[in-house]
Design a protein around this ligand. Structure first.
Ligand code: ADP
Length: 498
């Protein structure tokens, strides 16, 4: 094998080594003999340099007309389109999910690029009549400055794109610390922006680990905005670390997403949906279907068919087009998943399929886990309550729609949910009562499109949304402007009350 490529930090438009000279290896989770590249193991010194560069770039970037900024984003999205296949392959190598899905991940970045490029010619504010004569008033969006972005490994290009594109279109600059397991996809995304003509310093990449590279970014006094996607534990740390400085913080964290199946549902459709929702991306989506809440009248038949089909799922290297499910991201995650499976067994859930690491043949070189199904899961069990982030599905039988919704809502998270029914009344009741940020009807819990708000209730988030136009509210601040052209002092609420 040839020597792995060394990737440097991107600071002020230059590729630079970490100040400490430390690096780390990024390996393929499907085959750990394959080194994707050597990346910088950065620390606070590198973050300081990157923030300085982003501050400098902000002086000019915020003044570039938004339609011009949009043109750069548009060109970047076109370049992503041209390079989609290569970037999808890079992503499968570094993250593990199958090519079909990594193509979708790159596509999401393309969609977001075009969407936000268009916003360059909108970024609508309001005009509204004044209560005084000869007075004009409006509201406009203002950028905030340097945004610190911290991203996870499961959507290694899509999630950075959800943050970078909206931040940029409003006129902010960025320092991004991508997940240690998947930095290459962030490089690929940012490379397109640079090739599209992004000025130096507008986006800076600093790679490394959470506590050493992420945390100095979170606490940096010149970074007023932090957008984070990752675990609830890290989200809590970030909340505490930023409270004193009262930063703008957007947190996107865990899920324990339920799919409700009523007794009138189309079971063929359910079957396809649950396989995709539970085992797609090896269950490593924050929106993955991890609880299947099924009406007792159909739970027997559905469970039998599901186990029969899931048994045939092909596990392996995602670059093989025949493979349906790739590895989990790393050894630690594999341990977490197998630990939860053990807990499920100990608590009395009935293991119907899978339950351990898959190590046949070449699979032993990667972190593979068998698709796992538990039946007779009680709503209070650990595997029905905690996020596992692996290919593990818990089937919970219920007797009515009301019970199903009650069980669905009875977890600390509130990201996504779904219901399968042919009864429009039940569908609307569920749309109203499921307390999650996203609800699907007759579709699994995954499949968000970028132009609607994405995010969740309760411990999933802190009230912000990514995606949609709503994301612009996070990356901008409103400024209300009053222009009095009457030539005299007019006192609102006072002069007009007479
Ligand atoms: P996951 O379980 O998805 O890896 P993490 O929350 O550990 O979730 O990681 C998500 C992102 O947060 C990664 O980029 C990681 O490096 C970063 N991170 C982890 N710990 C911290 C921290 N203390 N401060 C800032 N960023 C962190």
């Amino acid at each position: 094998m040839s020597e792995p490529k060394v990737y440097k930090n991107l600071i002020g438009g230059e590729w630079v080594e970490s100040r400490s000279g430390q690096t780390y290896e990024n390996r393929n989770p499907a085959d750990t003999r394959d080194v994707i590249g050597i990346f910088q193991d950065s620390n606070a010194d590198d973050i300081n340099d990157a923030v300085e560069a982003a501050k400098e770039a902000y002086k000019h970037w915020r003044l570039m007309p938004a339609p011009k900024r949009g043109e750069i984003l548009f060109r970047a999205a076109q370049l992503l389109q041209e390079r989609k296949e290569q970037y999808a392959r890079d992503m499968t190598r570094e993250m593990g999910k199958v090519l079909r899905e990594t193509r979708g991940d790159v596509q999401e970045a393309i969609d977001m690029g075009f969407f936000m490029a268009g916003e360059g010619r909108r970024l609508f504010g309001q005009t509204t009549p004044s209560e005084m004569p000869n007075k004009f008033q409006m509201s406009i969006r203002q950028p905030l400055g340097v945004c610190g972005l911290i991203t996870p490994w499961n959507f290694p290009m899509a999630i950075p794109s959800w943050k970078i594109f909206p931040a940029l279109i409003v006129g902010n600059t960025v320092v991004i610390k991508p997940a240690e397991d998947t930095p290459l996809s962030t490089y690929n995304l940012v490379q397109c922006l640079m090739d599209a003509g992004l000025p130096p310093g507008v986006v800076n990449i600093v790679t490394g680990f959470g506590p050493t590279a992420g945390q100095p970014l979170v606490t940096h006094p010149d970074v007023p905005v932090i957008s984070f996607t990752g675990s609830t534990e890290t989200g809590k740390i970030i909340t505490k670390l930023t409270a004193e400085q009262m930063k703008h913080v957007s947190l996107e964290m865990g899920g324990k997403n339920p799919m409700i199946v009523m007794d009138d549902a189309d079971l063929d459709l359910v079957l396809e949906g649950v396989l995709w929702g539970a085992f797609g991306t090896t269950g490593q989506r924050c929106t993955a279907t991890s609880r299947l809440i099924v009406h007792k009248a159909v739970v027997g038949e559905l469970t039998e068919r599901l186990v029969e089909r899931a048994r045939t799922i092909r596990i392996g290297n995602g670059l093989d087009e025949q493979v349906e499910v790739g590895p989990v991201i790393n050894e630690q995650q594999l341990e977490t998943v197998t630990r939860y499976i053990g807990v499920g067994r100990d608590e009395g859930a009935r293991l119907l399929l899978g339950g351990s690491r898959a190590e046949d043949g070449d699979l032993r070189y990667g972190y593979f886990c068998q698709p796992t199904i538990f039946a007779d899961v009680d709503r209070t069990m650990t595997i029905a309550q905690e996020e596992i982030f692996g290919p593990v599905l818990s089937i919970i039988p219920v007797g009515s729609l009301e019970e199903a919704i009650d069980v669905a809502n009875d977890v600390k998270y509130g990201l996504s949910s779904s219901i399968y029914t042919r009864d429009v009344n039940k569908a609307f009741q569920a749309m109203r009562d499921l307390y999650t940020g996203i609800v699907y009807v007759n579709a699994p819990t995954i499949g968000a499109e970028i132009h609607l708000p994405f995010g969740g209730t309760k411990a999933t988030g802190n009230g912000h949304r990514e995606g949609g136009l709503q994301v612009l509210d996070f990356y901008s601040e409103w400024k209300s402007i009053y222009v009095d052209y009457s030539g005299r002092l007019q006192r609102a609420q006072i002069d007009n009350a007479e």
